[in-house]
Design a protein around this ligand. Structure first.
Ligand code: ARG
Length: 487
């Protein structure tokens, strides 16, 4: 018999049963639901709402259900995991099991379970993000002197270093970390005790379940507690942002691994083959991360669309949001993990990069800057002169002062050699290594500046790791205490 359906005269239609159940999500919420049950019952007992004996029996029954695991419950017999656990508890311990739902609704129950399950996912995601940041920092250290062509519009633009390029990702993922930490602060709050939406007339202690479940605070207004999913949307936004950053990285990896670029070779463990073309080594992993970014955006869009215009307070529509959250959190987490290893194991082909350095008149800006510094002519004139030079001559190494003088005569009516420009200065300007070292302003690619950034990023990462460890141990401590709690 369905313990919840006394109001109705017939069983739920079989097809409808499948329709209302969210199997994957309910499996995900199983552990959290047991913990929520424990905390709730312990609090009910401490507040004198149920007897010690009943609470003791409930604890016993919950332990049994926990030990047997989700596999022993045929979820499709129930509307959801909450009904399943309560029914199994009553089966196991009898009447006392029927007291567990005193001063509680599935509305605050599910809201609490989602926050707990999401919290655990976020805590492990923080570790993955920080590993990724660490990988970028280590790789950057190896490539402080690896000069690469930098691109704008995917055209050779100016020389920079691989360390400078990779440090950009360190900073991007550093901000993703901060964004998710902010979302975590809105996630780790307790909605339990809100009951259906109007709270309860039983003298419960909401602060006590907040403490028992390792939450940092509670969602006070009981309507807000059961009906809000904004924290979840915030997480999905942050996942989407992070996946955008990963997709940009993967796009570069895919390009860099082509024969046209040839800047890197991916490790075999992170490569695929072609079933027909025997020579192929394909960057499928990077492509899939790029593709899954779209799936995560879909999850965000779906959550936003479902929550849009929903009247307060609880509506069953909200159940439909959770699968998108679960999907996005799993994809984001695995993408970060895999991207980390892919970057860590990739082989940077320094020689191939070096061969490409002279392409595309990459020192043009440095030549223009040198002209400005040595002759004092306005930058716009120098830009015009070097632009004309680039139109006539593709070989950046062979820039001659005579040629520049001819052009400057046409453009400004003066020879730059007479204004102070020398062959020696030109040679310096076309040397990509010197050009990079000269860019030592704040945030630039010069080794001194990159080393400074590396030290600072390393320090920040260490600090962030400590913050994560502290959060993990706070939650772990609370959960262990709850696990070991006795009546
Ligand atoms: N599985 C449901 C959910 O995720 C539980 C809440 C059911 N509540 C209700 N009033 N029908 O939202």
């Amino acid at each position: 018999m369905d313990i919840l359906r006394s109001r109705l005269s017939s069983k739920m239609d079989e097809d409808v049963k499948k329709f209302v159940l969210s199997l994957e999500v309910d499996t995900w919420l199983f552990d959290a639901d047991i913990q929520v049950d424990r905390a709730h019952v312990l609090m009910l007992c401490e507040c004198g709402i149920i007897s010690k004996e009943d609470a003791f029996n409930v604890f016993d029954g919950l332990k049994k259900i926990e030990n047997e695991g989700i596999a022993s419950i045929n979820l499709s017999d129930y509307e959801d995991i909450h009904a399943a656990i309560e029914t199994n508890l009553i089966k196991a311990i009898g009447e006392a099991g029927g007291r567990i739902h005193t001063a509680r609704s599935r509305n605050d129950e599910v809201a609490t379970c989602i926050r707990i399950a999401l919290r655990d996912e976020l805590l492990s995601m923080f570790c993955h993000i920080n590993e990724l940041r660490g990988v970028f920092i280590e790789k950057s250290k190896e490539h402080i002197d690896t000069v690469i062509p930098g691109f704008t519009h995917l055209q050779h633009a100016q020389p920079t270093t691989l360390a400078h390029h990779l440090l950009c990702y360190t900073d991007l993922f550093g901000r993703d970390f901060t964004r998710l930490m902010n979302a975590y602060a809105h996630t780790n709050l307790n909605p339990l005790g809100a009951a259906a939406f109007a709270s309860t007339s039983f003298p419960i202690d909401r602060k006590r379940t907040t403490e028992l479940l390792g939450f940092d605070g509670l969602i006070e207004n009981s309507m807000d507690a059961v009906s809000s999913r904004d924290y979840l949307i915030e997480c999905l936004c942050s996942f989407s942002n992070l996946m955008t950053n990963l997709s940009r990285l993967c796009e570069e990896i895919i390009l860099w691994a082509t024969s046209e670029f040839g800047f890197i070779e991916l490790d075999d463990a992170y490569s695929s083959v072609s079933s027909i073309m025997p020579q192929k080594k394909n960057p499928d992993v990077a492509e899939l991360i790029r593709g899954k970014t779209g799936t995560v955006y879909g999850c965000l869009t779906s959550a936003l669309s479902i929550c849009k215009s929903l009247p307060l307070s609880y509506n069953r529509d909200l159940q439909e949001v959770t699968p998108s959250l679960l999907r996005a959190v799993k994809i984001t987490s695995s993408s970060i993990r895999i991207a980390s290893k892919m970057i860590e194991t990739m082989n940077v082909k320094k020689e191939a990069i070096c061969d490409k350095l002279d392409m595309g008149f990459i020192c043009a800006t440095e030549i223009a800057d040198t002209i400005v510094r040595s002759t004092g002519i306005p930058f716009r004139n120098a830009h015009q002169i070097v632009g004309s030079l680039a139109k006539r001559q593709k070989d950046v190494k062979n820039v001659r002062l005579g040629e520049i003088d001819n052009i400057s005569m046409e453009i400004i009516g003066k020879k730059l050699s007479e204004l102070g420009l020398t062959e020696e200065m030109l040679k310096g300007a076309v040397d990509v290594y010197l050009a990079v070292e000269a860019k030592d302003t704040l945030g630039g690619p010069a080794s001194k500046e990159v080393k400074r950034m590396l030290t600072q990023r390393n320090k920040k990462l260490k600090h962030d790791n400590l913050v994560v460890q502290k959060r993990i141990s706070l939650v772990k401590e609370a959960m262990l205490k709850l696990d070991g709690a006795t009546i």
